[in-house]
Design a protein around this ligand. Structure first.
Ligand code: BGC
Length: 740
């Protein structure tokens, strides 16, 4: 799959169906404007005001109404009681599941398994659609390089390629091949664009992204979503290079429509049109409506500037009716593709759709594959249940069905969660004594009253399993942190446990990479589980006991210290790259050293320049070695395909999955290129003692990028190519792209 294409102008004027054209020609102006307005639902009832608005044709979409009978009633009013009978889009943030909750998207990304990600989205759509939701505000495909940013939890990580592939998988899962089929809903690629680059990782902040960086790093997942047929896009809250995204004509018209030929419609973020005034882009809400609408923003979420001002803006010719017709046509077309004109109202009987066994199985499978084994000293994991008498299960997240679900679970139900404690208790034979001590009321507590009891239990155990991390509320929208160490007194708890001298397994549940450096040497094993969702318990119990083998890989770099951020694998080389030879820590600098003796390289004096764990990293209970990296040729022309073969040998004792990753570097280019770029990956299963040959093929698109003149092109010259189990792989070959 290619994540970007050429810049040729493409038409985004959809061919309207007979029905949509007919409707458009019969619509009154206020009914057209109504289609551009999304209003908030009343959560479980329909106010007379809302009913009348729908009846009068002033509403195109309702957000946040998930009560089946209420949705039915709203659709009934829209279809039977309004003049033209136009159905409503019912929007909801179904981000990582509706009732059955899958891992947070960042966790799903750690599975590097597009098929499972697609299945999870399909199940989320099925459950949501059973109450009449027909539009989700997902996938969130903002490249996220800053773990302080709370919304990194909702993202697919730092890499344009991985994010593109998994974002497209989500679009496919939500929409299927035919959105009108029952159980499919419209997707929304968000937040267009650059939201993840918010300064200092503070939500809603300013973003300044040079165009070359925007095109090469931040836009590819959106291009892929557009190519995959995402029905809608959402504009971002953020100010991009001085022009807030929701009023940014260059983004929405030039890039999205002209260059990419996007056929769906664009919705604002929550009141983001109204906020253009607060940004200082517009003087008042009339100005905001004009700016946003003329920039290409089709539907307004919740604020009412379109409703209040579009009519007047048309009269004064500051907005063109043809543009209004265009936007309405796009919105009606999505409604038609969803089959809303022809479908009956949904049945309020939802019982069958929720928590189906297959859904729980997928939730368990993806949670299992999303856990990343970061450390396994002395093979402390897996725990051999036959030879273990006592497991001390400790920590605030070991038995908390709510926190394991993570952020953005409007419709999740913690009573359906299976916790680590309950799953471990059912999975272990009765000969194993499992004691459980929460030890802390929450992950943020500083009280240590419960420590002595927990330490006493731990002191009797063969192995200590500590479930620590962050509660769900510490990540997600507007939940950013300046310090990303384990919160509260969890580090102190770990230190005290370490003094017992027992093997310690740390299971970390969190919405972001945490800085684990202060405790990493104090524990034996670390299983990073993110917020794994409904089936966290069974997934983690299987991994702890060796019923499953860890296979997740980091979709984002783990820094040692917060001061290293932003830290990402696909960085530029710079003119003075850091190397181990030049690295010096400030404690080792002799007093009064001459200025030039400090290596003169891109380093911090108080921490090593490398991450604690690199992008793509993740251990297994087995071991994999890579060999025989072979290229079909060492000179390729633009029309040729480069075949890459590698042998992956499972030299350990477990049948296991490995995510094989292929990276390249374009050594010399008109605009500098990253030191490594992920281009392909493949999750393979290799039995112990066996090997598998994995084959990739690269073509000209895989070697292309936006050059110094913003043209999508591949430049001739030398490339490095690596294959391996993480971005730190050193198994390398070279090739040259030649003309012809
Ligand atoms: C978020 C969006 C979300 C919308 C609707 C906003 O605050 O930024 O991602 O889809 O609310 O809930």
């Amino acid at each position: 799959m290619h994540v970007a294409a050429d810049m040729a102008k493409v038409s985004s004027n959809p061919r309207l169906s007979e029905r949509v054209s007919q409707l458009l020609s019969n619509m009154h102006l206020h009914e057209k404007i109504g289609q551009l307005c999304q209003v908030s639902g009343c959560e479980g009832h329909v106010s007379e005001h809302l009913a009348q608005q729908v009846r009068d044709g002033w509403v195109g979409s309702v957000i946040n109404e998930v009560d089946g009978p209420t949705v039915n009633y709203l659709q009934h009013i829209a279809k039977q009681e309004s003049r033209l009978g136009i159905p409503l889009l019912i929007g909801r943030d179904v981000i990582h599941g509706f009732k059955t909750i899958f891992p947070i998207p960042l966790g799903q990304a750690a599975s590097w398994n597009a098929e499972l990600v697609e299945q999870a989205a399909r199940i989320a759509a099925l459950e949501a659609n059973s109450v009449g939701v027909n539009w989700t505000f997902a996938p969130m495909i903002d490249i996220s390089r800053d773990p302080r940013w709370g919304r990194i939890a909702e993202s697919l990580g730092e890499d344009p390629y991985l994010c593109s592939i998994l974002g497209a998988a989500m679009v496919d899962g939500f929409q299927g091949t035919d959105m009108s089929e029952s159980g499919q809903i419209a997707a929304c690629a968000k937040h267009f664009a650059g939201y993840g680059a918010t300064e200092s990782g503070r939500d809603y902040g300013t973003t300044n992204i040079p165009e070359n960086e925007l095109r090469n790093i931040y836009l590819p997942p959106f291009k892929m979503a557009s190519d995959s047929g995402a029905a809608t896009f959402m504009s971002s809250f953020s100010d991009l290079n001085g022009v807030p995204a929701s009023g940014n004509r260059w983004l929405m018209k030039k890039i999205l429509r002209e260059e990419w030929g996007f056929k769906g419609f664009v919705v604002s973020d929550w009141e983001s049109i109204y906020q253009l005034e607060i940004h200082g882009l517009t003087e008042n809400s009339r100005d905001s409506a004009q700016k946003a609408f003329n920039a290409g923003l089709d539907m307004e979420m919740v604020s009412t500037t379109y409703r209040e001002h579009l009519e007047e803006l048309l009269e004064t010719k500051q907005v063109d009716i043809a543009q209004v017709d265009h936007s309405v046509g796009l919105i009606l077309s999505v409604k038609e593709q969803l089959g809303l004109f022809d479908k009956d109202c949904q049945s309020p009987d939802t019982a069958d759709a929720f928590y189906q066994q297959e859904s729980l199985d997928v939730a368990k499978q993806i949670a299992t594959q999303s856990c990343v084994l970061l450390k396994n000293h002395n093979q402390t994991l897996p725990i051999n249940a036959q030879e273990t008498q006592h497991i001390a299960l400790i920590g605030p997240l070991a038995d908390d069905g709510f926190e394991q679900l993570g952020t953005w679970i409007f419709d999740g139900e913690p009573q359906h969660s299976v916790t680590i404690r309950s799953a471990l208790e059912s999975a272990c034979p009765s000969s194993v004594n499992i004691t459980y001590d929460r030890a802390m009321a929450t992950t943020r507590s500083y009280t240590t009253d419960l420590y002595s009891q927990a330490l006493a239990s731990a002191n009797q155990a063969d192995v200590i399993v500590m479930c620590v991390g962050e509660e769900a509320i510490l990540s997600g929208e507007a939940h950013c942190r300046a310090d990303i160490d384990l919160p509260g007194s969890q580090m102190e708890l770990i230190e005290k446990m370490a003094e017992l001298g027992k093997p310690i397994v740390l299971v970390v549940l969190a919405g972001r990479p945490l800085t684990l450096e202060p405790i990493i040497e104090k524990v034996d094993s670390v299983l990073y589980a993110w917020h794994p969702g409904t089936m966290a318990g069974p997934a983690i119990a299987d991994l702890l006991l060796g019923e499953a083998v860890p296979s997740g890989k980091l979709p984002v770099t783990f820094p040692r210290k917060v001061g290293q951020i932003p830290l990402y694998y696909n960085q530029k080389n710079s003119g003075k790259p850091a190397t181990n030879d030049q690295y010096i820590h400030m404690n080792d600098i002799p007093p009064r050293s001459p200025q030039t003796s400090l290596g003169m390289a891109a380093i911090h004096l108080d921490t090593h320049f490398s991450p604690l764990f690199e992008f793509g990293f993740g251990l297994s209970y087995s071991q994999f070695t890579y060999s025989q990296l072979m290229l079909s040729q060492h000179h390729i022309s633009r029309s040729e395909t480069l075949e890459v073969a590698v042998t992956v040998h499972n030299t350990g004792d477990w049948d296991a999955d490995e995510v094989v990753q292929l990276y390249i570097r374009d050594l010399v280019a008109s605009a500098t290129r990253p030191v490594k770029e992920l281009k392909q990956f493949s999750r393979v299963h290799v039995k112990r003692g066996e090997h598998k040959k994995v084959i990739f093929s690269l073509n000209i698109n895989d070697l292309s990028f936006y050059n110094d003149e913003m043209q999508w092109t591949a430049e001739t010259g030398h490339f490095h190519l690596w294959v391996g189990g993480s971005s730190a792989t050193t198994l390398q070959q070279g090739f040259e792209l030649i003309n012809g």
